[in-house]
Design a protein around this ligand. Structure first.
Ligand code: ZN
Length: 472
């Protein structure tokens, strides 16, 4: 039996409901996609007979269609019967935003493929990587989704092929369909489940079909549509779809739960829409905060009960060693913890400073502190953390962790202080770089450290940024 209504509607007219309800079901095979044969006793003639009280009648379908077909049919959103081709667009901001227009735009993307091929010939790999990263980072998306997409692009996502190749553990077979090797591309595009999801999506990138075997190239073209009308919205929705396909895949692996395509799509849209709204709100807040900052030079008074934690990193090039110094003070001023970490590596300043901040957050979390103010004398690091404007994948990984860690505190600031007010952690870092083992003092601090701490105390009230706004 072929489900004529469905195919006609989908391929020629988008999601036009009228056609669909009238759609005839007939026996026979067409050259598009064939399904199972009509059972001999089947009385059904029109698609509408499969619908009861506005829902797909699963009982009837059970007798008529095989599982694959049932899934395809059931994954078609019910509400399309009421809203016809505007079903998805109640999620969008603009009233003129229709599936059709979006679909057409996505198809037009194929023209960009040609440009992208030209680009490929002309631009260095480093340059392309940089551009892709920059575009991705500037999207209005949750940190974790940006990071996830970046991982997919870098072949770092833990699909079965990658795990097997790295560790030799398990097999490479896709946990969802059980048919093919699970690569990132299979997971996102070619797995039957993923294909159903994309069929329901308002953005389908049909014009890029030929690029689906290479996620990087596909993404480069998708990213280039960002400058077009609704471009960034399409990309945001696209990333949310990919993210939810991945989450559903993990549900299969870790919870043995299969989500249906409709559910996956709905979740992607909801998350996209919610974050978009939050994003707009946050943008307004940020602008207000920025205006306030300029007035008060970005400083807020230190709150009572806040543990102040100074951090610094030292790199000893001659010895191929790095040291990290973290000094935590009670809000009244005295040192309560001091930690020095030594590592035998070359180290790069920005990275080490950022790692030290992460370590300070871990330390504060493990100590159970609720309110903290972290200081670093590395302006680039604190700017990155507070501004999110990063174009370096390695640092971004650490920032991702930092963003996560800040969530556990009731109050958390990460601010810059001049070197002259960061003496204690500076001395501790260079002290640590000469050690063999790490140190962690919780009482009886050396006098040189206490003395350095007294120098730093003078600065306390002056250098506190606004509380972190890096929310995931
Ligand atoms: Zn699969």
């Amino acid at each position: 039996m072929e489900f004529v209504g469905r195919w006609t509607v989908e391929e020629n007219r988008g999601w036009n409901t009228g056609e669909y309800l009238e759609g005839q079901m007939g026996a026979g095979v067409r050259d598009r996609k064939t399904c199972n044969n009509m059972p001999p006793n089947c009385q059904l003639q029109t698609v509408s007979q499969l619908i009861r009280e506005g829902r797909w009648n699963r009982e009837i379908m059970q007798n008529v269609f095989n599982q694959g077909d049932r899934e395809q049919i059931a994954s078609m959103p019910r509400s399309m019967f009421k809203h016809s081709d505007r079903f998805f667009w109640k999620f969008a901001k603009s009233g003129t935003y229709t599936v059709k227009s979006s679909y057409v735009k996505a198809v037009q993307a194929s023209k960009i493929i040609k440009r992208s091929q030209k680009l490929e010939g002309e631009t260095s790999w480093e340059m392309r990587k940089h551009t892709v990263w920059k575009q991705l980072w500037n999207l209005n998306l949750k940190h974790k989704i940006k990071y996830f997409i970046w991982k997919c692009l870098q072949k770092g996502v833990a699909v079965k092929e990658a795990i097997y190749k790295r560790t030799g553990i398990g097999d490479m077979i896709c946990p969802v369909c059980g048919d093919e090797i699970e690569t990132a591309e299979h997971m996102i595009f070619t797995c039957p489940r993923a294909q159903f999801v994309w069929k329901l999506a308002a953005v389908r990138w049909e014009g890029l079909r030929e690029l689906k075997g290479n996620l990087w190239r596909w993404w480069e073209v998708v990213a280039q549509t960002g400058s077009k009308e609704y471009g960034t919205e399409h990309i945001s929705l696209t990333t949310n779809i990919i993210w939810n396909i991945w989450k559903a895949r993990n549900k299969v692996v870790f919870e043995q739960k299969m989500s249906d395509a409709h559910e996956i799509m709905l979740r992607a849209q909801q998350e996209w829409q919610e974050y978009d709204e939050v994003g707009q709100q946050e943008e307004t807040n940020k602008q207000n905060a920025r205006a306030m900052c300029q007035e008060e030079q970005g400083k807020v008074p230190l709150v009572e009960g806040v543990i102040r934690i100074n951090t610094d990193a030292a790199i000893s090039a001659s010895m191929i060693r790095t040291g990290k110094g973290i000094v935590a003070r009670h809000w009244t001023g005295e040192i309560i913890r001091a930690r020095g970490v030594v590592e035998q590596k070359k180290g790069e300043a920005l990275m080490e400073e950022t790692l030290t901040i992460r370590l300070a957050l871990q330390m504060a979390r493990d100590a159970g502190w609720r309110k903290i103010a972290i200081f670093s004398d590395c302006k680039t690091a604190t700017d990155y953390i507070n501004g999110n404007n990063v174009q370096d994948g390695n640092i971004a990984t650490i920032l991702e962790d930092i963003a996560d860690l800040t969530q556990v505190f009731d109050y958390c600031t990460i601010s810059w202080v001049p070197r002259s007010f960061n003496t204690a952690s500076h001395r501790l870092a260079s002290f640590a770089s000469k050690l063999v083992n790490d140190i962690y003092w919780v009482s009886h601090f050396p006098s040189w450290l206490k003395e350095a701490n007294r120098l730093d105390e003078r600065a306390d009230a002056h250098f506190v940024s606004n509380p972190c706004r890096i929310k995931c």
